[in-house]
Design a protein around this ligand. Structure first.
Ligand SMILES: [Zn+2]
Length: 216
């Protein structure tokens, strides 16, 4: 797993997973290993590492500083758009302040974990692409939380997004109306980084498209 040794020292993702009982359990029978020692150079100075098909339950993701982890046997038809999505995550890693300003302009602000109920935080799926800034609120109020459906038998893919209302303490699966007006029924509303990665992947032809998008 030497291709990911530096990544782990930078983000301590699996260290953090191991310290979180629900997230540890969700990954209990999954193998997080590259399938070989090969690293493929890709556009924008990124590198692709092919992972065991069960790594993160087969969900593509990125690790710092520039590694795109793709599961073995990933469907060819989805590969280009998925790599574009992952490239956006690398761009987000390299330009954190710029992205945060963009999110703020759209209506997001960061939330400290201490502002959220511990019983909800402990049930959130940890995501390597958002681990450093996991919680954001929409319009100063609504926080999307990727909650495992079953806390006792958590599965990485069985997650529902619940919107936690910081004013009332209620949570519900429906996104706030103002969110729907801007983003529609987005497939990945768990985090602004995911939302925008999905959007930009639809139009992505080259790394320059990401910079253009941020200038909007
Ligand atoms: Zn993503």
């Amino acid at each position: 797993m030497y291709q990911l040794r530096e990544a782990e020292s930078l983000d301590r993702f699996f260290q953090r997973v191991s310290e979180n009982p629900v997230n540890r359990k969700a990954r209990e029978n999954l193998s997080y290993l590259p399938v070989n020692n090969y690293t493929e150079k890709w556009m924008g100075n990124t590198e692709i590492v092919t992972m065991n098909p069960t790594a993160e339950a087969g969900m593509p993701h990125t690790r710092p500083p520039n590694i795109i982890c793709m599961p073995q046997y990933f469907p060819e038809s989805k590969r280009d758009e998925t790599l574009a999505h992952e490239y956006v995550h690398i761009h987000q890693r390299r330009n954190i302040d710029r992205w945060n300003r963009f999110f703020q302009k759209e209506g997001w602000s960061q939330v400290d974990v201490s502002e959220l109920p511990e019983r909800m935080v402990s049930r959130c799926r940890m995501n390597p692409d958002t681990i450093d800034q996991p919680f954001w609120r929409w319009k100063d109020r609504y926080v999307p939380l990727p909650l495992y459906e079953r806390e006792d038998k958590p599965k990485l893919r069985d997650v529902v997004i619940q919107w936690y209302d910081m004013e009332t303490g209620a949570r519900q699966p429906e996104a706030p109306r103002s969110f729907l007006e801007l983003y529609g029924s987005a497939p990945q509303p768990e985090h602004p980084r995911e939302l925008l990665a999905v959007e930009i992947a639809k139009i992505f032809k080259s790394p320059l498209d990401v910079d253009d998008y941020l200038r909007r």
